[in-house]
Design a protein. Sequence first.
Length: 141
Amino acid sequence: MPCYDPMMPCDPLRDLRAWQERLERLATQSPTSWAPPIDIYETADQYVITAEVPGLARDQIDVAIEDTRITLRGARAGATAEGPNRHYHQLERGYGSFARTFEFTDAIQADKVSADLQQGVLTVTLPKLPAPPVRRIQIEG
């Protein structure tokens, strides 16, 4: 997202990565593939990801974290069945598998990451690793 919000620090590299990810997703998607819409925000002590995943159950979603990178994966069965009594006139809802990966600048407390699925919205909370305390060095001599 470009740097339009005066309250949010501008990070051109982050913006470039976001655009690159969007373009890669568009280039690899088939007409029926999909990627859930995702919002990410940050507070002083955590990152929060929300993803719209209607129709998916908990066991159809995988959340994996490695260092400062998180990957959301899932699959949604869709309108693939053709038959003598079924002829599609319009097909807009995507189906199939998806994978979205995000990397954060701050270290994450991997053992405290939580995920919750309510009413088709997946919320993943990633607590930041607290900064180490200031260490005073005794000067010898």
